[in-house]
Design a protein around this ligand. Structure first.
Ligand code: ATP
Ligand code: MG
Length: 496
């Protein structure tokens, strides 16, 4: 009898699973402002997800010798000092896949558009290494934004990082949204990341993209102003992973970070609350590294890696025209150029309010369509001279006819660089307008007729069979094509 009991016990012991199990738990010391201070999790890693007794999740933001700070990803209601915290062993990640275009999600991939969870095929970590030098290729293909001021003067290439920077309410978001809308018929997938914005502003952007037929090619990742600081911090990282999924399959993605000034503020807020030493302007010392490792992930990949690309349009806000503040100079130095918008140009009705003198695109010129390059060459110089002359003419007009003609030309350049929202121009239309300008065809056209001309031109050009090959790839501008473009322009100009 005793033997049988012993055998049964032996069998039980043999069946018991003695493998180590990850059930390390710590203790909440303090909860405040979206952060929890936790002791007793010595094995925890940065970016690891931890869970609280309420079911709320957070991630490890800082690690110190005997404690860590976790940022909440869910509302911290009900979590208090003394509660236990469990490690998950999982790092921050996001679902990715073909089901995401057309959707509005939060930084963890949860739907915000009232629909069911998006169909995804994979998960990617939020922080992923940037492609190495040998995995990259030169930036040679254009991103067509449909905005003449950018495509002609500050061309952006696939794989480039072009900062959009300016004061409040100076058309920064509109420029990026126009670029997204212009991808409605292209092979690019756009990702718009809203960081710390009011929901009404985000809704306006979503609605604009939907109304112009680009929603099915766009993913919105939203961490609004009232979202947990941890979510606002995370948003640009998971959104970049989502974009990389397309990039790494040979696809082309465009990501808009709106905006990184607010992201920097969130990073500072979390750093101060977790008692990291404040540096310049109270930002922690790693703010430069944070954004550098984010933007390094935008790249044009080599043929061996599939030839995909990720183009970034980070947005930054400045105060009082101060481009040399800490965050703006950081971001300028880790991007390949900047589109600078200006409150004074905006007030003077130049929209988009791009400052031609301060803006630059450092790699896009090599990616610009050849035909556009052929007609845009002198544009910037002519316009700069016009602006100078205009300033002097305030002190008394120039009588001579040559000057008057140059002023008329300059005014027309200004009118071409301005553009309504949601009125993208095809590259063919941009080339036709600039070729016509150079020929003097626009000099006698009243300025107020130019918007109507811009609207009329794209469909007329699209209907011209002789231009079919040119429309597909406007690589160069031979005499016959130039003549065909000018002929369509003249038709559009003819009084009806
Ligand atoms: N090309 C344009 N034509 C006419 N109006 C425009 C144009 N671009 C922008 N606007 C208007 O200017 C205002 C500011 O634009 P937008 O929101 O894009 O600026 P922002 O710099 O992103 O502002 P914020 O600092 O608030 O984010 C909006 O009301 C917008 O409708
Ligand atoms: Mg904006």
């Amino acid at each position: 009898m005793a033997d049988a009991e012993l055998e049964a016990l032996k069998a039980k012991v043999a069946a018991a699973r003695l493998a180590p199990q990850a059930s390390e738990t710590g203790t909440v010391v303090e909860v405040a402002d979206g952060l929890a201070q936790v002791t007793g999790l010595p094995g925890a890693r940065l970016n690891e997800i931890v869970t609280f007794p309420t079911g709320a999740r957070g991630f490890v933001l800082t690690l110190e010798d005997d404690r860590l700070h976790a940022a909440f990803l869910d509302p911290p209601d009900g979590v208090a000092a003394g509660d236990t915290v469990a490690r998950s062993g999982q790092l921050l990640s996001t679902p990715v896949g073909d089901g995401l275009p057309g959707r509005v999600i939060d930084p963890l991939g949860r739907p915000l558009d009232g629909l069911s969870a998006p169909v995804t095929s994979d998960r990617l970590d939020a922080e992923r290494p940037a492609p190495s030098i040998i995995e990259r290729d030169f930036v040679t293909e254009p991103v067509e934004t449909g905005l003449l001021v950018i495509d002609a003067l500050f061309a952006i290439g696939r794989g480039q990082r072009e900062l959009i920077i300016g004061e409040r309410q100076t058309s920064k978001t509109s420029i990026a949204v126009d670029a997204i809308i212009n991808q409605a018929g292209s092979d690019m997938v756009s990702i718009y990341v809203a960081i710390g914005q009011r929901l009404t502003a985000v809704r306006r952007v979503i609605e604009a993209v939907r109304a112009r037929g680009a929603l099915s090619r766009t993913i919105f990742v939203v961490a609004e102003a009232t979202a947990q600081p941890g979510l606002r911090w995370l948003a640009p990282f998971t959104a970049t992973s989502i974009a990389e999924w397309f990039r790494d399959r040979g696809g082309h993605a465009l990501i808009v970070y709106d905006d990184l000034t607010k992201h920097a503020a969130t990073h500072r807020e979390l750093a101060l609350l977790s008692r990291q030493p404040p540096g310049r302007e109270a930002y922690p010392g790693d703010i430069f590294y944070l954004h550098a490792r984010l933007l390094e992930r935008s790249a044009k990949l080599s043929t061996a890696r599939g030839g995909g690309s990720l183009t970034a349009l980070p947005i930054a806000e400045i105060e009082a025209e101060n481009l040399s503040a800490y965050i703006p100079t950081n971001l300028i130095s880790i991007s390949d150029g900047q589109i600078v918008t200006s409150a004074s140009l905006f007030a003077a009705n130049q929209r988009p309010a791009v400052d031609i003198g301060l803006s630059v695109s450092r790699v896009g010129g090599k990616a610009q369509w050849g035909a556009l390059k052929a007609v845009a060459g002198r544009l910037r110089l002519d316009y700069a001279q016009y602006l100078e002359m205009k300033m002097f003419s305030r002190f008394g007009g120039f009588g001579d006819a040559a000057m008057t003609a140059r002023m008329a030309r300059g005014e027309r350049i200004g009118a071409l660089l301005g553009q309504d929202r949601f009125a993208p121009l095809t590259t063919a239309a941009q080339v036709a307008l600039l070729a016509g300008l150079a020929e003097g065809l626009l000099d006698a056209v009243p300025l107020e007729r130019l918007p109507a001309l811009k609207a009329a031109l794209p469909p007329l050009l699209a209907a011209e069979p002789a231009l079919a090959a040119f429309r597909a790839r406007p690589e160069g501008l031979d005499a016959a094509t130039r003549a065909a473009l000018l002929s369509v322009l003249k038709t559009a100009l003819a009084p009806t």
